[in-house]
Design a protein around this ligand. Structure first.
Ligand SMILES: *Cc1c(COP(=O)(O)O)cnc(C)c1O
Length: 398
């Protein structure tokens, strides 16, 4: 695995990337399958001549590979979108708006720890006559299925709960949520962007109606996503135009990205077990190392239900954003649990939902590991971090 990072990062080899939940590098094997479709095989999948047919065949193959990865009954249940975010938007708006227009109701149930792709879509719908229940979570970010049951109304048209949380890796009780949704005949959507490739997913066994995931979280390029739509689940369209994707998502297909996603899905399927073991082993190594060398720290992921590869840690008496910058100077790239996008120091909505006191939330760092992560990198982090934390604690003014 280590030789891959040389190809990916070239002269920046000394950097340690531990932010795979934000994005993953393109795999060279994936790039190689894409190259012909960026160059000589440039046809439009809708054209009927040889160039078009070549593109169409490539799209069909990718659709089969993706269907295979998530255990879909038929490739026709797979719709390619422009991102994971678009897939979430399509699922939530498309289903809710259609159900409401049919007089089925206007109530949506989701959780308070969803990605913004889901949360902000629900907030948008709230401004358009929908009512949304945001289920609370326990201190590790899990919803309670009893509270889900209690939240269901006659007017509930959709339940949307993520599979694995992007900030702390906590896994939601998907099977139980599915059962409850089926008992009440309510469609269920899951944002599986952080679980596909890491955890076994079989949409037929699990029974979800809708599932979203994203190319760039599984070593395919950015700007390509997937929405699985179980046969028989009806949605309004988000993007209108031509008859692409069986009239479900208009716009000429991004053939190279679709081909790349297909290849990445195929590799993810083959390597799922070894990938999960690799992540699990290194996550434990990191955790053991932190425990041995740093005191006054807290883990925010679920102790029993946590996807491998994510370690969300709060360091007492440390200011997280400064810690990220200090680590960046050391060549270690990680994320904070604060909403740094706005330049503010607000703790993330996820950490807030866990009930983490602001004092701890602000000292929170997310390490997320991936394919190219090595033991040597983890050991380098363990060698550097304790000293940085110690220095920062001396300067800390709570
Ligand atoms: C990254 C991510 C998304 C968004 O996917 P994009 O392809 O970047 O739009 C949605 N949900 C979760 C949980 C994510 O981690």
């Amino acid at each position: 695995m280590c030789d891959l990072r040389i190809a990916t990062w070239g002269k920046n080899m000394e950097r340690i990337y531990l932010d795979y939940n934000a994005t993953t590098p393109l795999r060279p094997e994936v790039r190689d399958t894409m190259m012909p479709y960026l160059m000589e095989a440039f046809g439009n999948g809708s054209s009927i001549h040889a160039y078009g047919r070549e593109a169409r065949t490539a799209i069909d193959t990718a659709r089969e590979q993706v269907a295979e990865l998530i255990g879909a009954k038929s490739p026709s249940e797979i719709v390619f979108t422009g991102s994971g975010t678009e897939a979430d938007n399509h699922a939530i708006k498309g289903l809710s708006e259609l159900q409401k227009s049919r007089g089925k109701g206007n109530h949506i149930i989701t959780s308070s720890v969803e990605h913004h792709a889901v949360l902000h879509t629900c907030q948008y719908l709230e401004q358009r006559d929908f009512e949304v229940t945001y289920l609370p979570v326990d201190r590790y970010g899990r919803i309670s299925v009893d509270q889900l049951r209690e939240a269901i109304r006659d007017t509930t048209v959709l339940i949307s709960i993520m599979h694995v949380n992007n900030e702390n890796g906590t896994i939601q009780p998907l099977e139980e949520i599915c059962e409850i949704a089926q008992e009440h005949d309510i469609p269920f959507h899951t944002d599986a962007v952080q679980s596909v490739g890491k955890l076994e997913m079989n949409v037929q066994e699990c029974g979800v109606n809708l599932l979203a995931f994203s190319g760039h979280k599984i070593y395919a390029p950015k700007g390509i996503g997937v929405l699985y739509i179980r046969r028989g689940t009806r949605l309004a369209n988000l993007v209108h135009g031509g008859s692409h994707e069986r009239n479900r998502r208009a716009g000429s297909e991004n053939v190279p990205a679709i081909v790349g996603l297909g290849a990445a899905a195929d590799l993810a399927k083959q390597e799922q077990d070894s990938y999960a073991r690799h992540l699990d082993r290194l996550t434990h190594r990191l955790r053991d190392g932190l425990n041995a060398h740093i005191d006054r720290l807290h883990y925010n992921g679920h102790p029993d239900h946590c996807a491998p590869g994510t370690l969300n840690v709060s360091f007492e008496s440390v200011e997280g954003e400064s810690l990220i910058l200090r680590l960046d100077m050391e060549g270690i790239c990680v994320s904070t649990g604060s909403a740094c996008t706005s330049g503010s120091m607000e703790p993330s909505h996820v950490l807030a939902a866990l009930g983490l006191p602001p004092r701890l939330a602000q000292g929170t760092v997310r390490f997320s590991l991936g394919r190219n992560t090595t033991e040597a990198e983890i050991d380098a982090v363990i060698a550097k971090l304790p000293k940085v934390i110690q220095q920062m604690r001396i300067l800390y003014r709570g």
